[in-house]
Design a protein around this ligand. Structure first.
Ligand code: KG4
Ligand code: ZN
Length: 343
């Protein structure tokens, strides 16, 4: 597969519960492979992610995933031009496995090492295989984050607002747990909601006192808990309706907040990313919203919504020239407190 002009970047993400690697050719702007080894089954019996179990599973999987990513891309190790890895934020032990592996590879092959911020990788994932038009409003909705950013360039990302408590994915997961639906709850709620009546339960959008730039999902959890109690013995029959109503209010909240930021910052395009961007209702609402408001929308492809190496490699393809060498350190807590996300 190697061609004279090709520029193959390996992208690695081990920040949470997926061991993922991808090969991206920055010359043809194509993802040649995107291998994800999910630990969902391992953690499901605990009802959530156990960090120590996750980092051990990464250690077991990482070499297998590496060889699979090269094989699927049809390239040899020596064809790699750079290695990119998520170095922040994430679970400490998990980040260390990916970064340790990336450092070793970079040293052995004598190729640059590029550390990438996981949230930024999600942010740009709707544009994998193309080039973004700046500026745009980026919305990252995942299990750990729900935040809006003004993105003016690949290295100019300003945080505009975020949840003050639970992330949208957390709301899906926690409500699903209360309904006894298993982990992770988002995809199950999505599926059950297809047969439900979203008007059956009335959940309200939370207003946050701190200002219109904030969101909150923790009250929704309490509202769902109350609704479950009120259902009593009829819960089984109401489950689908509850899922549909829950999904509808989360989607409505995100669309309304997107409109607020688009108007406030005079932006005309919106990019949706993160695990919750898999949600079928949210995807169609965002498309519909774009059409009705004259906003151009970009939604990450399903393969690039949940954690993946392709988004890491793609962002690194726009950071060529960087090389952190052995100085790369992991920063588990470097989230989005800073007004501008640091490199
Ligand atoms: O981005 P991601 O893989 O991990 C983080 O960086 O957090 O997102 C995982 C989250 C979980 O909360 C999961 O329930 C949610 O994405 N999710 C969904 C769907 N698929 C995954 N939420 C709603 N509907 C879905 N179809
Ligand atoms: Zn993620």
């Amino acid at each position: 597969m190697s061609s004279a002009n090709a520029h193959f970047i390996l992208g690695i993400d081990t920040s949470c519960d997926e061991t993922s690697m991808a090969v991206y050719d920055s010359t043809s702007q194509r993802t040649l492979s995107n291998v994800v080894s999910s630990q969902i089954k391992t953690h499901a019996r605990f009802g959530g992610i156990v960090p120590e179990v996750a980092s051990r599973a990464h250690m077991e999987n990482i070499l297998l995933v590496y060889h699979a990513a090269l094989k699927e891309a049809g390239i040899a190790e020596k064809d790699l031009c750079a290695v990119a890895v998520t170095s922040r934020p994430g679970l400490m032990g998990c980040l260390l496995v990916g970064c340790g592996f990336a450092k070793g590879l970079s040293y052995q092959l004598g190729i640059p090492l590029i550390g990438v911020n996981h949230l930024e990788a999600h942010l740009f994932s709707p544009y994998i295989g193309s080039t973004p038009q700046f500026p745009f409003l980026g919305l990252v909705v995942s299990g750990g984050h729900t935040a809006f950013y003004k993105v003016s360039d690949f290295d100019q990302v300003d945080l505009l607002g975020q949840t003050v408590d639970d992330a949208a994915g957390e709301a899906f997961d926690k409500c699903a747990k209360m309904l006894g639906l298993g982990y992770p709850g988002g995809p199950i709620v999505d599926q059950l909601a297809q047969q439900g009546n979203e008007a059956a339960f009335v959940f309200k959008e939370a207003k946050v006192k701190m200002g219109p730039q904030y969101l909150s999902f923790s009250g929704l959890k309490t509202a769902v808990q109350t609704a479950i109690k009120n259902c009593g013995d009829d819960l089984q029959n109401k489950q689908n309706d509850l899922c549909a109503s829950l999904q509808a209010i989360i989607s409505k909240t995100l669309c309304n907040k997107a409109l607020y930021f688009l108007e406030e910052h005079q932006l005309s395009s919106l990019a949706l990313s993160g695990g919750v961007a898999m949600n079928s209702r949210l995807r169609s609402d965002i498309k519909q919203f774009g059409k009705s408001k004259g906003v151009t929308t970009f939604i990450a492809e399903p393969a690039y919504c949940t954690d993946n190496g392709a988004m890491v490699a793609y962002l690194a393809s726009h950071r060529q020239g960087e090389d952190q060498k052995m100085n790369l350190t992991v920063k588990p807590n470097q989230k989005i407190q800073a007004r501008r996300l640091k490199k």
